[in-house]
Design a protein around this ligand. Structure first.
Ligand code: TRH
Length: 384
C-alpha cells in the first residue's frame, strides 16, 4: 500500500544543507509521486533565504503543493500522517510520537540520516530502533552510493533538463546574460566557487592568477566570498562585478534558486562544492568537482572524505585517484602555500578528460541504485 500522507521534520542546524535536502524530498514526494506532504521547519528565515517564495512569518503556507508548517514548541501539529520522516537528526516532538503510537496502524517512522560513503552505512541502512516505551519503531534510512543504501535524491526530469541545457548554447548564453556577463572566451576554464572559505582560497586564487591558462571563477554568495573579495582587496562587491588579477577573473553573481544553481554547475568546467546537497548536485552535473566537506569535531570528516574518494575513485587510474585525493586533502586542510596547491591543482586538472568520462559513468552507476525518494516510498510502502 502506498502511504498517502507524509510528515517531514526539519531542524535547521546551520547553513542550507538540512533545509535544502528536506525541501527537495518534500517537493519530489509531492510532484513526482503525488503524495500529500507536510514539511515542519523550525527556521523559516533560512528556508526563505534558500527559497524566496517561502514566507518567513507564516505559521502555515503552501508552496509548490507542499504544506509548510512553522515548527515551534507550541505549533499544532495535528494528526500524524502515514509516514513520518525525521530528517538529519531532527526528532518529531514526544507528544506527536505518542499520537503516532496510538494511531492504528501506526505511521512508518523514518530517521533519514546524513550522507556518507563509509562501509558501516550499508549495515545500518534499514535497521530498526524500537521506542523504549511506546509500541512504535524508528527505521534508519541512509542515503548512499552503493546498492545496499538508499541512493541519492534526483528529480525525475533532472538528467533531461541538463541534457536540453547543454545541447543548446543559447541557454548557456541566457544564463550568463541573466548574471550581466558575456560567456567567457573559448579556452577559459570556468569554475563555480561555493564553500566555507579558509586559507586555501587565497592560495588557489594566487595559483590561478599566476598560471598561464585563463580561469573564470563564478562566485555566488557564500562564506567563501569574503576570502575571495579579500584576495582582490575589496570589502564588498555587488552581483555582476568583475574582479581581475592576471590570468584570473572572478565574476560575482546573486544567490541562485536551486534550479539556477544546477545550471551554474552544468555550465562550469569544474565545481567547487561543499557540505551535502551541492556535493550531490555536482555529481549529477557529471563534471569534475572539488568537495569541501562539512568539518566535524575531532576530525571525523577526514574518514568520510577518504571513504568517498575510495568509492568514487574505483575504476579511475591510480594516479588520477591520487591526484583527486591530494588536491581535495589540501583544499580541505586550508593549504596556505599557493605553490603546493597550484601544483596539486595542475596535477588534478591534467586528468580532466578522464575525470569527465569517469563522472558520467559514476552518475550512471548512481542511477542504478534508484533515487532516494523512490526508494523511500518503496521502503515505507513495504512497512505500512
Ligand atoms: O549549506 P551547507 O554547508 O550544508 C551543510 C551540509 O549539508 C552538512 O552536511 C550539514 O551538516 C550542515 O549543512 C548543517 O552545504 P550544502 O549541503 O551543499 O547546501 C547548500 C545548498 O544551497 C544546496 O542545496 C545548494 C544551494 N545553493 C543554492 O540554491 N543557490 C546558490 O547560489 C548556492 C551557492 C547554493
Amino acid at each position: 500500500m502506498t502511504a498517502r500522507r507524509w510528515d517531514l521534520f526539519c531542524n535547521v542546524i546551520d547553513n542550507f544543507g538540512d533545509i535544502a535536502v528536506s525541501w527537495r524530498l518534500a517537493r519530489q514526494l509531492h510532484v513526482d509521486h503525488g503524495l500529500a506532504v507536510r514539511l515542519w521547519v523550525d527556521d523559516l528565515a533560512t528556508f526563505h533565504r534558500l527559497v524566496s517564495g517561502v514566507d518567513a512569518t507564516a505559521r502555515v503556507q503552501h508552496v509548490d503543493g507542499v504544506e509548510i508548517g512553522h515548527w515551534t514548541p507550541d505549533a499544532d501539529l495535528g494528526e500524524p500522517g502515514d509516514v513520518v520522516v525525521d530528517v538529519f537528526g531532527s526528532r518529531a516532538p514526544d507528544a506527536f510520537v505518542e499520537r503516532m503510537a496510538r494511531k492504528a496502524p501506526p505511521p512508518v517512522w523514518i530517521n533519514l540520516e546524513y550522507l556518507s560513503a563509509e562501509d558501516w552505512v550499508e549495515d545500518c541502512h534499514g535497521m530498526q530502533s524500537p521506542h523504549p516505551q511506546l509500541p512504535i519503531v524508528r527505521h534508519f534510512f541512509f542515503p548512499g552510493f552503493t546498492e545496499a543504501t538508499g541512493g541519492l535524491i534526483e528529480e525525475r526530469d533532472l538528467a533531461l533538463d541538463r541534457f536540453s541545457f547543454l545541447r543548446d548554447p543559447a541557454m548557456a548564453a541566457a544564463a550568463w546574460a541573466g548574471w550581466h556577463f558575456d560567456p567567457p572566451a573559448a579556452g577559459t576554464t570556468v569554475v563555480s566557487l561555493f564553500g566555507y572559505g579558509g586559507p586555501s582560497v587565497a592560495s588557489m586564487l594566487e595559483a590561478w592568477a599566476s598560471g598561464d591558462a585563463p580561469v573564470c571563477g563564478v562566485l555566488p554568495p557564500s562564506r567563501m566570498s569574503r576570502d575571495v573579495l579579500a584576495f582582490f582587496g575589496v570589502d564588498g562587491a555587488l552581483p555582476g562585478t568583475r574582479l581581475v588579477r592576471d590570468a584570473l577573473e572572478v565574476r560575482t553573481i546573486p544567490f541562485q534558486t536551486q534550479a539556477g544553481y544546477d545550471r551554474l554547475l552544468w555550465l562550469s568546467d569544474c565545481n567547487f562544492v561543499r557540505g551535502e546537497d551541492s556535493f550531490v548536485r555536482a555529481q549529477w552535473a557529471e563534471s569534475p568537482f572539488v568537495w569541501q566537506i562539512y568539518p566535524q569535531e575531532g576530525g571525523a570528516h577526514w574518514t568520510k572524505l577518504h571513504s568517498f574518494v575510495n568509492t568514487y575513485g574505483e575504476g579511475l587510474e591510480e594516479d588520477a585517484r591520487d591526484a583527486v585525493r591530494e588536491f581535495w586533502r589540501l583544499w580541505n586542510r586550508g593549504e596556505t602555500s599557493a605553490a603546493n596547491l597550484g601544483h596539486a591543482w595542475r596535477r588534478f586538472w591534467s586528468w580532466r578528460d578522464d575525470l569527465r568520462a569517469h563522472d558520467a559513468g559514476w552518475a550512471a552507476h548512481l542511477r542504478t541504485i534508484g533515487n532516494l525518494t523512490e526508494n523511500l516510498v518503496r521502503f515505507s510502502a513495504a512497512r505500512i
